[in-house]
Each structure stands twice: as C-alpha cells, then as structure tokens.
Design a protein around this ligand. Structure first.
Ligand code: PGA
Length: 258
C-alpha cells in the first residue's frame, strides 16, 4: 500500500447535478473565506464535470482543497456517448472520483461489476477513488445489511486482486439516509463501518484494513457531523445537500473530530 498524501478525516462534498460554473465560483469565494486550511483533515469537492474547471480555478490558491468528478467510465476512450474517462478527468485536473454512488446504482444501472470496473480504471489512472456502498431500507429491514455490503465490497476487492494500482476509500451511504433528513445514528454507522473494516481485514489483511478510510454519508448536517465523526471506524463524511451552501459545508468541514 502506498502511503497516502492527505490527512483524515476526509470531509467531502458531493454536489450531484447542482452548481454550474457560476454557482461554483460564487461558492468558493464564500467557502475560502469561511474555512481556513488545516493540516488535521482533508476537504474535497465533487462538482459536476462541467464545473470542474471553474472549481480548479477557484481553488488554485488553496492546495488544501481537492477537486474531482462524480463518476468515470471503465474504458479509457471510445464510442460511449455522454461518458467521461478516468485519463481525461486526470488531464482536466481532477484528482479524485466517486464511484458507485447509490444514485448511479439505482437510476443509471450501475451494478457491482461495473462499479468494480470503474474503480479499477480510476485507480489505474491515478485518481483517488471513493467507492460508495450501502443498503436500501427494504434490505435493512430484511436483515440483509451484511449480505449487501459484503457483496458490494467483495466485487471491488476481487477486481483489484490482481492490480497494483492501490486501494480506494469507501463511503458507507445507507440509501434510506440519502437526501431524506434521516441520518444513520452514530451507532448504526459504527456497526456498518466495523463490518466493512472486518471484511477488508479478512480479504486483504490488517494493513489494508487499517489504511482504507471509511466515510459516512447520508443526511450529514452541521448539527450531526461531530457525533458521526466521533463514531468508531468513521474516518470522514460524504455530504450531499449540506455541501451546496458554503456556510453549512464550512461548519461541517470544521466540525470537531477525535
Ligand atoms: P445527502 O447526500 O447528504 O444529501 O443525504 C449524501 C450523498 O448522496 O452523498
């Protein structure tokens, strides 16, 4: 495992299909005033690909803030209308990518296999990669939490078994908590994160298990950020709605962490 070049916790904003270039510039003007660089955490942004350039320009004087894309295709180039590849994201200045967000899985047909293929391509291109996993409410009620998380994680571990491209980060994002205002409790998060950490340990050993940060995502707000960060095995936060406003995201980015 290569040592990472950034500190934990990681506080990441997933803007989804929000914030064009103009809103992106306005956001960073405010955010950079509200949040000073810190060495004890990483603050990352996932704007829409069309706003990547604006985000990079707006953060040029702030090397502590990193910017990436929300998804990449597993091929490097070709006849895939509407897609972007990992090498071209890197060429455009992205340093990070999300993969397997539940909206991609639920609305755009991503499967465990395509998520694994995207992860491999992203890491091979040198992108720091966050793989999102999480169960639906139905699966949780049916007692399938571990089956679902295990399956989603195993597909990624299998795909990376023969590769030396390094490891991704994980984000545990229970689907029932995303955009609903109902966050997982710190105990729920600790249970799921503990399961994921244990599974990585079983499959890839202790060193890898300890080196992979696991972020929590799903209705993170300024009011619950510190409690979630204090939960065992929670190494950061992936924030949707509350990352769209500079003030609320700055409060989350500066939330106390153990
Ligand atoms: P939310 O989204 O914070 O709006 O619940 C989180 C996510 O989908 O990454």
């Amino acid at each position: 495992m290569q040592p990472r070049s950034w500190p934990v916790p990681v506080i990441a904003g997933n803007w989804k299909m929000n914030m064009g270039p103009d809103e992106t510039r306005a956001f960073f003007e405010a955010f950079c005033r509200l949040h000073a660089p810190r060495e004890d955490r990483s603050v990352w942004f996932f704007p829409p690909a069309l706003s990547l350039h604006a985000a990079l320009e707006a953060t040029a004087a702030r090397p502590d803030l990193r910017v990436g894309v929300q998804n990449i295709h597993w091929e490097g180039a070709g006849a895939f209308t509407g897609e972007i590849s990992a090498p071209m994201a890197v060429q455009a200045g992205a340093r990070l990518t999300l993969v397997g967000h539940s909206e991609r899985r639920q609305l755009f047909g991503d499967t465990d296999e395509t998520v694994a293929a995207r992860t491999r391509a992203a890491l091979a291109a040198g992108l720091t990669t966050i793989v999102c996993v999480g169960e639906t409410l139905e699966q949780r009620r049916a007692g399938e939490l571990e089956t679902v998380l295990g399956r989603q994680l195993d597909a990624v571990i299998d795909a990376l078994a023969e590769s030396d491209a390094g490891a991704p980060l994980l984000a545990y994002e229970p689907v029932w908590a995303i955009g609903t205002g109902v966050n997982a409790t710190p105990d729920d998060a600790a249970t799921a994160h503990g399961f994921l950490r244990g599974r990585i340990r079983e499959r890839a050993g202790d060193d890898v298990a300890l080196a992979i940060p696991i972020l929590y995502g799903g209705s993170v707000k300024p009011a619950n950020a510190a409690d979630l960060l204090a939960a065992p095995d929670v190494d950061g936060l992936l924030v949707g709605g509350a990352s769209l406003e500079a003030e609320s995201f700055a409060r989350i980015a500066d939330a106390p962490a153990p």
